[in-house]
Design a binder for this molecule. Structure first.
Ligand SMILES: NC(=O)c1ccc[n+]([C@@H]2O[C@H](COP(=O)([O-])OP(=O)(O)OC[C@H]3O[C@@H](n4cnc5c(N)ncnc54)[C@H](OP(=O)(O)O)[C@@H]3O)[C@@H](O)[C@H]2O)c1
Length: 241
C-alpha cells in the first residue's frame, strides 16, 4: 500500500525539501502551506504529479486545522507520516513574527503567543485532528521539527523568549503525545534539523536542506517502537534536553 505523508510549511525551506524527498521515496505527499498560491512552482509540480496534492493550512488557526482535517477525509484513509515542519522565529518574514518576542524589556504578549501558536499548539492540534488516520496506518510516525534552541539544559544566554520556549514546549508536547499513542504503535519523534541554509537559517548555516532532511528521514526509517518520544539530531544522534 502506498504511504501517505502530510508536510506543513511545505512551500519553502525544510518543508519543501521534505516534500521532494518523500516524493522521491514514492510517498503520496499532501503538501500544505498557508496559501499554496504563494508557491507557484509547487502548484506547477502538483499539476504533473499525481502523488503531490497541495492544500492550504495555517497551523496557527484552529479553524484552518479543522477545515483541513475535514477535507482530508475525502483524500486518504490513512496517514503514515505527519511532518510538523512549519515554524517561525522572531525574524521570520511573516505576519505572525515580531521582534517583540526576543528581548527582556521589549516582550509583548501577542508576539509570544503567536510563536506558540505556530511552533507548539499547531503541531499538537494537527496531530489530534489526524488521529483516526494515523491510527489507520500500520506504521504511523509523527516527526516534529524542533530546534537546538529548545533544550533547557544547554541554554546559557538570555533572550529569544518566544522561539526558545515554544520549541521547549514542543519537546514536552511530543513526550506526552508519544505516551498517549504508544499502544496504537504511532512513533512520535522530535528532531533538531541542525543549522540549515533556509530563509530562517540564513546563508552562513552549515547544512544544506538536502543533508538535513536526508539525515532525519533516514534516521526515522530506522527507528523502532522504543524510539517514540525521543529528541534526536538530524544525523540520528541523541539530543540533550
Ligand atoms: N533553518 C534552521 O537553521 C533551523 C534550525 C532549527 C530549527 N528549524 C526549524 O525548522 C522548521 C522549518 O524552518 P525553515 O528553516 O525551513 O524556515 P523557513 O524557510 O522560514 O520556512 C518556514 C515555513 O513555515 C511556514 N509557516 C510559518 N507560519 C506558518 C503557519 N502559521 N502555518 C503554516 N505554515 C507556516 C512558512 O510558510 P509561509 O511562507 O506560508 O509563511 C514556511 O514554509 C521550523 O520549525 C524551524 O523552527 C530551522
Amino acid at each position: 500500500m502506498q504511504k501517505t505523508a502530510i508536510v506543513t510549511g511545505a512551500g519553502k525551506g525544510l518543508g519543501l525539501e521534505f516534500t521532494k524527498q518523500l516524493l522521491a521515496s514514492e510517498y503520496k505527499v499532501i503538501a500544505t502551506a498557508r496559501k499554496v498560491e504563494n508557491y507557484p512552482a509547487l502548484v506547477t509540480d502538483s499539476e504533473s504529479n499525481n502523488n503531490l496534492d497541495l492544500m492550504n493550512l495555517d497551523v496557527s488557526s484552529e479553524e484552518s486545522i479543522k477545515a483541513f482535517a475535514d477535507s482530508l477525509k475525502n483524500k486518504t484513509e490513512h496517514i503514515d507520516l505527519l511532518v510538523n515542519c512549519a515554524g517561525i522565529n522572531s525574524k521570520s518574514n511573516h505576519p505572525h513574527s515580531q521582534a517583540s518576542s526576543l528581548k527582556l524589556g521589549e516582550l509583548e504578549q501577542q508576539s509570544l503567543l503567536n510563536q506558540f501558536a505556530v511552533n507548539t499548539v499547531g503541531p499538537i492540534l494537527l496531530a489530534q485532528s489526524s488521529l483516526p488516520m494515523l491510527k489507520a496506518s500500520r506504521q504511523a510516525r509523527v516527526l516534529n521539527v524542533s530546534s537546538w534552541l529548545g533544550p533547557v539544559s544547554i541554554k546559557t544566554s538570555g533572550g529569544n523568549y518566544g522561539y526558545c520556549t515554544s520549541k521547549s514546549a514542543l519537546n514536552m508536547m511530543n513526550v506526552a503525545l508519544a505516551n498517549d499513542l504508544k499502544e496504537d504503535g504511532v512513533i512520535c519523534v522530535n528532531f533538531n534539523p541542525g543549522w540549515v541554509r533556509t530563509d530562517m537559517g540564513g546563508d552562513k548555516a552549515k547544512l544544506s536542506a538536502e543533508e538535513s532532511v536526508e539525515g532525519m528521514l533516514k534516521t526515522l526509517e530506522g527507528l523502532g517502537a522504543e524510539a517514540t518520544g525521543r529528541f534526536l539530531q538530524w544525523d540520528g544522534t541523541e539530543h540533550p534536553w
